[in-house]
Design a protein around this ligand. Structure first.
Ligand code: RFL
Ligand code: PHB
Length: 390
C-alpha cells in the first residue's frame, strides 16, 4: 500500500491531523495498536481552548461540540475555606473555554473519518516506522498474523507517550527533559449534577481537589493521592468523604453523589522531547510531550502541534514549499514550553508536596491570595488558561 502521510496513533492528534489532511485532499492512513472501543473507553481531558474548537471546525467535525459543549467564562480557585472566581472572559477580552470530553471529541472525529472514507487500521500489531531519515520512509505492521507494509512521503508519530515513534529515534538524535511529581490524581466519573456551574480547583492542607464536569448531569471529580495508591482501596463513599473535606463548606454541603462508573489513578509528569522532527518523522502530541493535567493543556497542545504540522504538510503539497515543515519543531516547541511552564506552575501552587510544611502552605495561600486579588496576576493566569495563540 502507498499513501502520502502515514499516521501512527488514532487518539485525538492522529484523528484530527487525518481529518484536516483528508479535507485538504491529502491521502493518509491511520494505524492503531488497539481497537475503536478501547480508545473510546479512555476517560481523559475535558477542557478545550478556543484554538482547539477552531481546529475541530476546520476539520468539519465541530457540529456536536457546539451543540452539546458547555462554554465556560470562568473557574474558581478555592483555598482557606473560600472560593475566588477567575473571570476568564473579562480578563482576556472575551475569550472562554469549552467543556467537552476527549472521548466525545474522539468519537466525532472517528465518525467523520468513517463518513469521508478515510482508512484507519485498528488492532495493528508491531507497528514500526523505517527509513525516515531518507527520502522513502515506510511503516511495517502485522494484522491477524499477516505482515504488511505502507510506503509514504511522511510519518506522523501521534502514538502517545508509550508509542513506538519516539522510541524509534536513535538516542543520540534526541534530548528528553522530565519531571516526575510525587503524587497522582484519583479521578471519578458519576451521573450526578456538578457541584458548581464552573470548575473548582481547590488547594487544601489534605491535598488538591478538582470539581469538573462533562455535562450538567455528569460530574468528573479528582483528588490528589499518593503515587502508590491503589484504586481498589477507594470505595465511592471514601472518595466522596475525602472530596468533601477538601472543598469549602458550602460546596461540601451541596455536593450530590451517585454511583461512580469510572475510577482511575493518573500519575503526574512533565516531559518534553527535543527536537520534534527527525527527517520525515514528526512527533505530535503526547508522543513528544506530557504535562500534568492541572492546567488542562495536554489535549490542547496536541491540537496546536497538529495545526503546525498540517500547515507545513499543506504548504508542501499545495505550494511546493518545505518552509512550514522545516519550522515545525521550533514553532511547536516554543508553544509547548510555555504550556509546560504554566502546567508546572499551577501544579506546584495548588498541590500538597510530601515536604510541604506549614510554612510552604502559607506561601501557597499568599500566592493564591495575590493571584486572586491582583488584576495583573489574574490576567496572566487567565491568558494562559484560555490558551496562548498558535
Ligand atoms: P493519545 O491519546 O495517547 O493517543 C495515542 C494513540 O496511539 C496509539 N498507540 C499506538 N498505535 C500503534 N502502534 C503503537 N505502538 C502505539 N502506541 C500507542 C494508542 O493506542 C492511542 O490510541 O495521544 P494524543 O493523540 O497525542 O492525545 C493526547 C491526549 O490524549 C492527552 O494529552 C490528554 O488526554 C492528557 N490527559 C489529560 N489532559 C487534559 O488536558 N486533561 C486531563 O484531565 C487529562 N487526563 C490525560 C489524562 C492523559 C492520560 N494518560 C496519557 C495516561 C489522563 C490520563 C490517564
Ligand atoms: C477534566 O474535566 O477531566 C479536567 C478538567 C480540568 C483539568 C483537568 C481535567 O485541569
Amino acid at each position: 500500500m502507498r499513501t502520502q502521510v502515514a499516521i501512527i496513533g488514532s487518539g485525538p492528534s492522529g484523528l484530527l491531523l487525518g481529518q484536516l489532511l483528508t479535507e485538504a485532499g491529502i491521502d493518509n492512513v491511520i494505524l492503531d495498536r488497539v481497537g475503536k472501543d478501547y480508545i473510546l473507553g479512555r476517560v481523559r481531558a475535558g477542557v478545550l481552548e478556543e484554538g482547539t474548537v477552531w481546529l475541530m471546525d476546520k476539520a468539519k467535525s465541530g457540529a456536536r461540540l457546539h451543540a452539546e459543549g458547555l462554554p465556560h467564562d470562568g473557574f474558581s480557585l478555592a483555598f482557606d475555606g473560600r472560593d475566588h472566581r477567575i473571570d476568564l472572559h473579562g480578563l482576556t477580552g472575551g475569550k472562554r473555554v469549552m467543556i467537552y470530553g476527549q472521548t466525545e471529541l474522539t468519537r466525532d472525529l472517528m465518525a467523520h473519518r468513517e463518513q469521508s472514507g478515510g482508512l484507519t487500521i485498528y488492532d495493528a500489531a508491531n507497528v514500526c516506522p523505517h527509513e525516515f531519515e531518507g527520502a522513502a520512509p515506510y511503516i511495517t505492521y502485522e494484522k491477524e498474523g499477516i505482515a504488511h507494509r505502507i510506503d509514504c512521503d511522511f510519518i506522523a508519530g501521534c502514538d502517545g507517550f508509550h508509542g513506538v515513534s519516539r522510541k524509534s529515534v536513535p538516542a543520540k538524535a534526541i534530548r528528553c527533559f522530565e519531571k516526575i511529581y510525587p503524587f497522582g490524581w484519583l479521578g471519578l466519573l458519576a451521573d450526578a449534577p456538578p457541584v458548581n456551574h464552573e470548575l473548582i480547583y481547590a488547594n487544601h492542607p489534605r491535598g488538591f481537589a478538582l470539581c469538573s464536569m462533562r455535562s450538567m448531569t455528569r460530574s468528573r471529580y479528582y483528588i490528589q493521592c499518593p503515587l502508590d495508591e491503589k484504586v481498589e482501596n477507594w470505595s465511592d463513599d471514601r472518595f466522596w468523604d475525602e472530596l468533601r473535606r477538601r472543598l469549602p463548606a458550602h460546596h461540601a454541603e451541596a455536593l450530590l453523589t451517585a454511583p461512580s462508573f469510572e475510577k482511575s489513578i493518573a500519575p503526574l509528569r512533565s516531559f518534553v522531547t527535543e527536537p520534534m522532527r527527525f527527517g520525515r518523522l514528526f512527533l505530535v502530541g503526547d508522543a513528544a510531550h506530557i504535562v500534568p493535567p492541572t492546567g488542562a493543556k495536554g489535549l490542547n497542545l496536541a491540537a496546536s502541534d497538529v495545526h503546525y504540522l498540517f500547515s507545513g504538510l499543506a504548504e508542501h503539497y499545495q505550494d511546493h514549499s518545505n518552509a512550514g515543515l522545516d519550522a515545525y519543531s521550533a514553532h511547536a516547541l516554543a508553544r509547548v514550553w510555555k504550556a509546560v511552564r504554566f502546567s508546572w506552575w499551577m501544579t506546584t501552587m495548588i498541590h500538597r508536596f510530601p515536604d510541604t510544611g506549614d510554612f510552604d502552605q502559607k506561601i501557597q495561600e499568599a500566592e493564591l491570595d495575590y493571584l486572586t486579588h491582583s488584576r495583573a496576576a489574574s490576567t496572566a493566569l487567565a491568558e494562559n488558561y484560555v490558551g496562548l495563540p498558535f
